[in-house]
Design a binder for this molecule. Structure first.
Ligand SMILES: Nc1ncnc2c1ncn2[C@@H]1O[C@H](COP(=O)(O)OP(=O)(O)OP(=O)(O)O)[C@@H](O)[C@H]1O
Ligand SMILES: [Mg+2]
Length: 280
């Protein structure tokens, strides 16, 4: 098991940060991404909470399976509301000194229920699988996020993670075309690997599996963690002691033409179809 360490990240004792994993499409990997993020934070020594907002309770099931000697993750189930709780509400449910909060959300989450529920400091991650059905559903969800929740594609707090990727397939090429059109950062493409199921059964992240398991996935998770911790936070929060690998984000992306109008003046009809028509 990995030693607890903060690596080169600024923990920010006074700075609780939230990472919300969301996509209305079921089965795209929200719980897998959320639990692996919680694991990555915990092994790096962050005081980590995992909020399970899904009535299925999969994230808390993962937590229940977690070995007592594994780096701790504090779990909270939120069931009572059909709307994602406001930031202040979350804070009353977790230990006061929590440094990172990972939120797992349910399938069929409606974007209208998200409006005003996250802050400019929250990071939003959208897992997406390479299949026509997943791409279409995620396109609708993302369009709603951009229009209704008024996020912008180049916002450093919004990113996609490809999941269960098998390169050299038609489905993967369709996904690539979709992501290229969208102009939202794609942090990584996670492998389709049995390790995810093995780790989930034990309440671990893939990076906590004993070597050599999970070895190939370390780099993917390091890239994701670097982007969240060093690419998405304001420069004032980042402390860089000594040499640090370059942050894996590109330059700020240009705003697509359809989003250059003032906020609030769009109609749904104005939004271009984001999915290539020739999906197969
Ligand atoms: N990269 C991966 N490789 C292999 N299996 C994976 C991978 N990602 C997810 N899975 C498996 O796919 C299934 C669905 O994943 P997961 O539960 O994370 O999706 P979800 O989006 O949370 O689903 P729901 O919408 O029902 O909450 C699980 O059995 C999980 O173990
Ligand atoms: Mg889930």
């Amino acid at each position: 098991m990995m030693q607890a360490r903060h690596e080169h990240y600024e923990v920010g004792a006074d700075c609780m940060r939230r990472i919300i994993v969301l996509n209305a499409k079921g089965g795209c990997g929200k719980t897998t991404v959320a639990t692996n993020l919680a694991s990555n934070y915990a092994v790096r020594g962050f005081k980590t909470a995992l909020i399970d907002y899904d009535p299925q309770g999969s994230s808390l099931g993962w937590l229940r399976a977690r070995a007592a000697d594994a780096p701790p993750v504090y779990g909270v189930a939120i069931r009572e509301s059909s709307r994602l709780p406001l930031a202040g509400v979350w804070q009353t449910r977790i230990p006061r000194d929590t440094q990172r909060v990972v939120v797992d959300t349910p399938a069929s989450l409606r974007v209208v229920d998200l409006v005003g529920r996250f802050s400019a400091q929250d990071t939003l991650l959208i897992p997406i699988q390479p299949s026509a059905v997943d791409i279409r559903a995620t396109a609708d969800f993302t369009r709603d996020l951009l229009l209704i929740a008024k996020l912008r594609p180049q916002d450093r707090r919004l990113a996609m993670i490809g999941n269960r990727t098998r390169r050299n397939t038609g489905a993967f090429q369709s996904l690539q075309r979709f992501l290229d059109n969208l102009k939202i950062p794609v942090l990584e493409h996670l492998r389709d690997s049995h390790n995810y199921a093995v780790a989930a059964e034990r309440g671990l992240g893939v990076c906590e599996l004993p070597p050599p398991n999970g070895r190939h996935d370390h780099k993917s998770w390091q890239t994701i963690m670097d982007w969240i911790e060093m690419g998405a936070v304001p420069a004032s929060v980042v402390r860089v002691p000594g040499p640090v690998p370059p942050v894996a984000v590109g330059p700020a992306l240009p705003l697509p033409a359809f989003l250059t109008k003032p906020w609030g003046s769009h109609t749904t009809e104005e939004v271009p179809v984001l999915v290539p028509k020739n999906l197969n």
